[in-house]
Design a protein around this ligand. Structure first.
Ligand code: ADP
Ligand code: MG
Length: 298
């Protein structure tokens, strides 16, 4: 196992930030660590990387006991902390050289890492001259300098604009091809775009640990449709995959389906076959985002 977390609890004074968290990650998995602010994501990551100690429990990274041998474990972990602390007055290459010497890493890796994170065209600049997205790339480059097999990324996309978001997500996915990645976020779409698996944490406890495909299977579609005239419920019930139907206004139905396919086009077919017209149709898909909101609601 690349990561093994065994019943970790963490108390900050009286406050319980983590309560008996356990999970493990196999080699090559990309896991989204999802939870609202204050859920305990950063705390878990700092424990995994050996920067703080838990109150109870054990953690192993690449079978190394992080509590007993933090330095040894850190050699196999790339960590991008929350808020990506960089020395912004330094040039990109200068910063990476500084990081390499700090961690006693072969400096010949620097250019490869610059290339891997797509920084080549910007690498001659000072860090503060870079956009937030490119600054994140510097943080990622620094995190992979020692070619770690496990990457721990704490909210790597927070504060990025939509284009940068897409780019950094793609980069994480690319880097994850030959590494185990645990990355935290409070955005469900992020997990959909990048991960194989999602662990949802709320108030210091894991409430969901599933493959993304498993979560997506639970997807229900709720569709609001306005027809041009009245329809009998019995006729509505002939719609395939329908699990719930409700009249919510004049010729207006709220229909819930349990289906893989998009039922909107089926509704159009249904209307046409039965001589009705669809005046309005809106999908309130139970997206993973709404599922997440439901799961983490206070
Ligand atoms: P997340 O990263 O999911 O937002 P954190 O791990 O940062 O959550 O925080 C979990 C809980 O622990 C929060 O309630 C937070 O206020 C508390 N906490 C985090 N760090 C400290 C600290 N150094 N001292 C006291 N409480 C802390
Ligand atoms: Mg955090």
């Amino acid at each position: 196992m690349s990561i093994k977390v065994l019943s970790i609890s963490k108390l900050y004074n009286q406050q319980k930030a983590l309560n008996e968290i356990s999970f493990s990650a196999k080699k090559g998995e990309i896991i989204g660590f999802l939870g609202p602010n204050g859920a305990g994501k950063s705390t878990m990551m700092k424990i995994l990387t050996g920067f703080i100690k838990p109150s109870l429990g054990e953690v192993f990274v690449n079978d190394i006991n992080v509590l007993q041998k933090p330095l040894e474990a850190q050699k196999t972990i790339g960590y991008l902390p929350e808020h990506n602390p960089l020395y912004k007055d330094m040039y990109v290459r200068e910063y990476l050289q500084f990081q390499a010497s700090l961690y006693k890493v072969d400096k010949s890796n620097i250019e490869t890492c610059i290339e891997k994170v797509g920084l080549l065209a910007e690498a001659y600049k000072k860090i503060h001259q870079l956009s937030k997205g490119y600054q994140q790339r510097v943080g990622l480059a620094a995190a992979i300098l020692h070619n770690p097999s496990v990457l721990i990324l704490d909210e790597p996309t927070t504060g990025l604009d939509p284009n940068q978001l897409v780019e950094i997500r793609a980069l994480i996915k690319e880097l994850g091809k030959d590494k185990t990645v645990l990355f935290s976020t409070h955005i469900m779409q992020e997990v959909e775009a990048v991960c194989d698996r999602v662990i949802i944490i709320k108030k210091g406890e894991i409430i969901t640990d599933k493959l993304l495909s498993e979560l997506q299977q639970n997807k229900q579609q709720t569709i609001k449709v306005i027809f041009n005239s009245a329809i009998e419920e019995s006729q509505i019930k002939t719609l395939e995959n329908l699990v719930l139907s409700k009249i919510i206004g004049n010729n207006t139905w709220q229909l819930t389906f349990n289906a893989e396919e998009d039922m909107r086009s089926k509704i159009f077919d249904f209307a046409q076959e039965n001589g009705f017209k669809v005046l309005e149709l809106s999908s309130e898909n139970k997206t993973l985002e709404s599922l997440f909101r439901e799961l983490t609601l206070q």
